[in-house]
Design a protein around this ligand. Structure first.
Ligand SMILES: Cc1cc2nc3c(=O)[nH]c(=O)nc-3n(C[C@H](O)[C@H](O)[C@H](O)COP(=O)(O)O)c2cc1C
Length: 199
C-alpha cells in the first residue's frame, strides 16, 4: 500500500509540508509506505495542449513529470497539499494537475485511487482550492476521502493548530483504511467522468 503526498508549496518546511508530513505519518501508522514529493524542487513544465497523449497515451514533454507519472500510477492513495495563492492552488499544483491529462487511458489513469486534500490559507480562498481539487478527483474517478482546510499564515504557524494536526493525521489513517477496501467504480464505463455536457 503506497500513499503519495504531493506538496504544491514552494516553501520548504512550510505549513502545507508540515500537514502533509502529519497525514503521511498517519498513513504509516496504518502500515502504508509513504513518500512526500515536493513539486517545486522539480522541473515540471506546463501542458502545451498538443493533444498527442490522447493518441499515444504518453506525454511528449520529457521532464520530471515522467517520473511523477510512475509514482502517481503506483500509488494507492494521493494527497494533494497546497497553500492558497490568490484564492486557489499554486501554479506548481495546477501545472501537475494539467499534466495528468496524459493519464486518461484505459489501464493508465487515476481511477479508484483514494484522494485526500490539504489546503492552507492565511485568510481567504480555502473553499475554492478544495473545491477545485475535489472536482478534479471526481472527474478522474478517484475516491475522495476527507479534506483539511487550515488557516495559517507565517511559516510553521500550523504547528499551533492542535485539532487540525490531529484531523490531518486521521486523514492519512483513513485513506489507508479506504484503500484497503479496494472500492472500484463500475467497470465498462469511461475512466473519466464529466459533469456537464453541451452536446
Ligand atoms: C503569492 C502568494 C499568494 C497568496 N495568496 C493568498 C490568498 O489568496 N489567500 C490567503 O488566505 N492567503 C494567501 N497567501 C498566504 C499563504 O496561503 C499562507 O502563507 C500559507 O500558509 C502558505 O503555506 P506554505 O507555508 O505551505 O507555503 C499567499 C501567499 C503568497 C506567497
Amino acid at each position: 500500500m503506497k500513499i503519495l503526498g504531493l506538496s504544491f508549496s514552494p516553501r520548504t518546511q512550510g505549513n502545507t509540508e508540515i500537514l502533509l508530513g502529519e497525514a503521511l505519518r498517519g498513513a504509516r501508522e496504518e502500515g502504508a509506505e509513504t513518500e512526500l514529493y515536493r513539486v517545486a524542487d522539480k522541473d515540471i513544465k506546463p501542458c502545451d495542449g498538443c493533444g498527442s497523449c490522447r493518441k499515444t497515451g504518453e506525454c511528449h514533454i520529457k521532464d520530471d513529470m515522467q517520473d511523477l507519472y510512475k509514482k502517481l500510477l503506483e500509488a494507492d492513495g494521493i494527497i494533494y497539499g497546497t497553500p492558497v495563492y490568490f484564492y486557489n492552488m499554486t501554479a506548481q499544483g495546477k501545472t501537475v494537475i494539467d499534466r495528468t491529462i496524459a493519464l486518461s487511458q484505459p489501464g493508465r489513469n487515476l481511477a479508484n485511487k483514494v484522494g485526500g486534500i490539504i489546503a492552507v490559507a492565511g485568510s481567504l480562498g480555502l473553499v475554492d482550492a478544495v473545491k477545485d481539487l475535489y472536482f478534479y478527483m471526481v472527474t478522474r474517478r478517484m475516491l475522495p476521502a476527507n479534506f483539511i482546510a487550515a488557516y495559517a499564515g507565517p511559516k510553521g504557524d500550523v504547528k499551533n493548530l492542535e485539532k487540525c494536526l490531529k484531523a490531518t493525521r486521521g486523514l492519512g489513517q483513513e485513506m489507508v483504511q479506504i484503500a484497503a477496501r479496494k472500492f472500484e467504480y463500475p467497470s465498462g464505463g469511461t475512466h473519466i467522468a464529466y459533469g456537464t455536457h453541451t452536446r
